[in-house]
Design a protein around this ligand. Sequence first.
Ligand code: APR
Length: 237
Amino acid sequence: MIDTARRILADARQVVSFSGAGLSAESGVGTFRDAPQGMWSNYDPMRLASPEGFAADPGLVIDWYAARRRTVGNAEPNPAHVALAGRLDIVHVTQNVDDLLHRAGARQVIQLHGRIDADRCHGDCGYAEHVDMADPPGLRDCPRCNSPLRPAVVWFGEPLPPDAWDAAEQACRDCDVLIVIGTSAVVYPAAGLIGVAKAAGARIIVVNTQPSEASPLADVELLGPAGEIVPQLLAQE
Ligand code: APR
């Protein structure tokens, strides 16, 4: 199967990667839906990652993000991030809020669900600032308008950043091959990008440790850990 996938890639003019939490799993950043250790098996996403949860208990949300920030700050890019980043021609669309693709050296990264290494104003003044992942801040107010600051990520029920969405949709429409890596493909609208690429004529290569909602759209499905499969897939002759 990997040889078939490599042949498909060899013939491609434009390749896009579309990744989820499984890409960073081997770096020690937990996924959301892999029972029993997946985050949403152990924590309620509506309490920790929604505007309603933040309104109900902002301190709980900020403390949970502080722990996640320390985990991401201590993590290193794994061989899948490095192999992807080594292909400067590939546009990387990711649902991940970590910075591991960037730290591996990737240049064209579109983060659909925002980024965990920044805070932004929960009001609408537009203030944003970088946060120290080794020493994440506690609950605090926006210095510009006194609304609370919150992680610059997209929570359940919130719209995706329009610029990121437009760029991702365009990239998926324009590509010949979409490599789908480590996502359950159940969270929309992001997961819909696989169908966008397929409908536009792209071949779909899926890399995952198990079958997922992306499986029915796959031209080739490679089952195994991304850290092993992606470097083999992208290795130059
Ligand atoms: N290699 C490849 N795939 C893996 C690996 C690995 N080492 N480990 C786990 N996986 C796969 C799982 O089989 C699963 O299909 O990664 C997928 C992770 O799925 P989710 O936990 O649902 O993560 P994701 O698809 O990124 O979630 C989408 O949901 O909670 C929100 O905003 C959050 O961006 C996230 C979105």
